[in-house]
Design a binder for this molecule. Structure first.
Ligand code: GTP
Ligand code: MG
Length: 343
């Protein structure tokens, strides 16, 4: 009651956190978003973060992401080729999530939007820096405080990473981020590298370490730039959106191919083809911890902010961030900065 009254006296604008996806065509950008959405609600309930805040997806976001997730499950049930599950995007699309202190609140305190688009738009910029679709990708990254980079893991891991540059275009990803976020930039930022399709590699602690180290080496150019930004945290958080579809081999290259195609296998028996995604909620969890910390810290600025923090108006979000952070699993690629947005 008193909290509601104080909110009216000391109102705050909604904090908008924009997250841009990066990754070539069919890398798994939309799959990461779909699996993250599907998994997260359960995590929230289990950890009782829902006592501290309410997270909801836009109706459109919920519809599209649930449909994608159903497609993924149907493809697994059907067996055979997973490559047809989740149709590649032909247009840009934004997925929105709202965070409120209470389900009954009218006001949205934090709005998270994830900007997805056809991965071909990113690759087009590698061929022609003036490509109009690539200009849109650059604008998405410029506008975003957070980046999610989908890494097609078999190309990173197989044959010593021989196809990683051609497939995941890490040099072009680095050039894009350098162009959008100059080294002088002091905005608090978060970058999450998400190796996916990694069922074969992320099975044991040693396998997990090898995957994380290959990601670190495979994105060395990008990491060098991010390391120079004063307030940027970088984390590697592998995700398995299916959990039962495993890379088997690359098909021999045909004339005209620039990279080989992967062949994935899944268990023959229907009973063994269980959909068991792993660590998919981690991306949203990291984004939420970042967003909540930003909200709480920004609220401390100025006179109204000082009063707000003295009255501890944001304590539910502080507590929510603490609970979520305790469940974060990922490897930070930099030592914590002086003012890490994740602390
Ligand atoms: N083996 C395996 N395949 C996956 C996994 N996640 C997604 N896929 C497959 O990867 C393919 C590409 O996924 P998308 O999410 O559509 O990729 P995208 O980056 O959004 O592609 P564009 O929209 O074309 O840019 C789909 O056919 C999925 O079925 C996974 O964890 N393991
Ligand atoms: Mg997509």
């Amino acid at each position: 009651m008193l909290g509601n009254l104080l909110e009216k006296v000391l109102p705050r604008d909604t904090l908008e956190i924009r997250v841009a996806m990066l990754g070539p065509r069919r890398a798994g950008k939309t799959s990461v978003l779909s699996a993250m959405f599907e998994r997260f609600e359960n995590s929230l309930l289990v950890e009782k973060v829902s006592d501290q805040m309410a997270l909801s997806a836009d109706p459109d976001t919920a519809d599209v992401l649930s449909e994608n997730y159903s497609e993924l499950i149907s493809a697994i049930r059907a067996g055979g080729n997973i490559a047809g599950a989740i149709t590649g995007d032909s247009e840009a699309r934004s997925y929105g999530f709202d965070l409120k202190r209470r389900r009954s609140d009218e006001k949205v305190q934090i709005r998270l939007s994830f900007q997805d688009y056809p991965g071909g738009w990113l690759s087009a910029g590698a061929r022609d820096a003036a490509d109009p679709d690539y200009a849109k990708v650059l604008a998405f990254v410029r506008d975003a405080q957070v980046l999610l980079i989908a890494v097609d893991a078999p190309y990173l891991m197989e044959e010593g990473g021989r196809w990683h540059e051609a497939r995941n275009i890490p040099s072009h990803v680095a050039a894009t981020v350098r162009a959008a976020w100059p080294a002088s930039d002091s905005t608090p930022r978060l970058v999450v590298l998400v190796p996916i399709k990694c069922e074969k590699y992320d099975r044991t602690p040693d396998g997990h370490r090898a995957l994380v180290e290959a990601t670190r080496a495979g994105y060395a150019g990008l990491l060098a730039h991010l390391d120079a930004l004063p307030r940027c945290a970088v984390v590697c958080a592998p995700a398995q959106t299916t959990g039962c579809v495993t890379f088997d081999h690359f098909t021999p290259m045909q004339p005209g191919d620039s990279i080989p195609s992967p062949v994935f296998t899944m268990p023959d028996r229907f009973e063994d083809r269980a959909y068991c995604p792993k660590d998919c909620s981690q991306t949203l969890r990291f984004c939420l911890v970042y967003a909540l910390n930003r909200y709480v810290k920004d609220g401390g600025d100025g006179f109204a902010g000082k009063v707000r923090s003295f009255l501890k108006l944001d304590r539910k979000f502080e507590e929510g961030a603490r609970i979520l952070a305790a469940g974060c699993r990922g490897t930070f690629f930099q030592t914590m900065k002086r003012e890490s947005p994740m602390a």
